[in-house]
Design a protein around this ligand. Sequence first.
Ligand SMILES: Cc1ncc(COP(=O)(O)O)c(C=O)c1O
Length: 386
Amino acid sequence: MTQEHRNKSGFETRAIHAGYEPDPTTGAVNPPIVASSTYKQDGVGGLRGGYEYSRSANPTRTALEGAIAAVEEGERGFAFASGLAAEDTLLRSLMTPGDHLVFPDDAYGGTFRLVDKVARPWGLDYTPAAIHDVSAVAEAIRPGHTKLVWVETPTNPLLNIADIAALANLAHAAGALLVVDNTFASPYLQQPLSLGADVVVHSTTKYVGGHSDVVGGALVVRDLELASKIGFHQNAIGGVAGPFDAFLTHRGLKTLAVRMDRHCDNAQRVVEFLSHDSRVAEVIYPGLESHPGHAVASRQMKRYGGMVSFRVAGGESQALAVCERAEVFTLGESLGGVESLIEHPGRMTHASVAGTDLEVPADLVRLSVGIETADDLVADLDRALG
Ligand SMILES: Cc1ncc(COP(=O)(O)O)c(C=O)c1O
């Protein structure tokens, strides 16, 4: 398949074919795991295909980077050892000490920790803002100092929705770039670069990998100057995806579309059940008309995703009990895998923001709805609610 043909193809075709041509020697349809740190040169400086050392480039990683760029409708993709390694590289590629960034006030706890405990002592300043409120983000921007407006959408774990197109205009008018963490939506449901964002961030550990068997991260951009800065820092810092991890992540990406459709179907069933249950105080899901971000989500997302949060009527102790009683939903951190997970953000993923402005409600339970039989998921929650 030629590059031109691939660029005109649908999402699923790109997810399966972009980034790799069957191996010219063997015809292998999957990218080989190239477990080599170095490459024989045909004379000094005579590189074959640009490969000299696997921190700089590795063919298994190149294939993944091409595929993730294609599904995000970007020009260049970069694969990292984890989502946080991708984020750290991005911050250091695009910011210098003294710069300011605007940041979600309900960001993923690990991203908050990176910004607050690592980037701030290094010299970055930040302002948390309610990213679902365009005017709150506008107020947080400091013209001349703000280099990045950083959003997650939907956010983790409160599933707030940021209006990507509106925030891109706002950031650009202030001379800043818009970064979108697209982990929760996945490239199948939302393509931020096409809505005006400058950089897409992924924890590919989640939906892109999809099987809870590999940790990874990615950055995707359209602008080649940004790509050059990120590429330089990827090599200079060195937090790259290894070939085994790149292979697994790429394999996951090929089935993203079918998995996401089932995640969305099952989440919808779970939401219908929870919404009619008196043991549940509130269901938080962008697919609900009552969700404040519903209209924006309907505009910018293909469907509403597999993440569902809810507040338990009995308070924190009940929320903890629900997490512990669930059986089909496995008690655990992370999300986006084929298996359903349940967790208590306040005590688990978001423990690092306790006592800060970013603290999450104590009665909140977060579900990553997997692709098991929907009836089994509903029955499990019914039992777990007690
Ligand atoms: C929205 C979001 N962004 C980034 C990360 C960090 O990614 P990783 O755990 O792969 O470093 C996570 C992890 O849970 C996340 O949920």
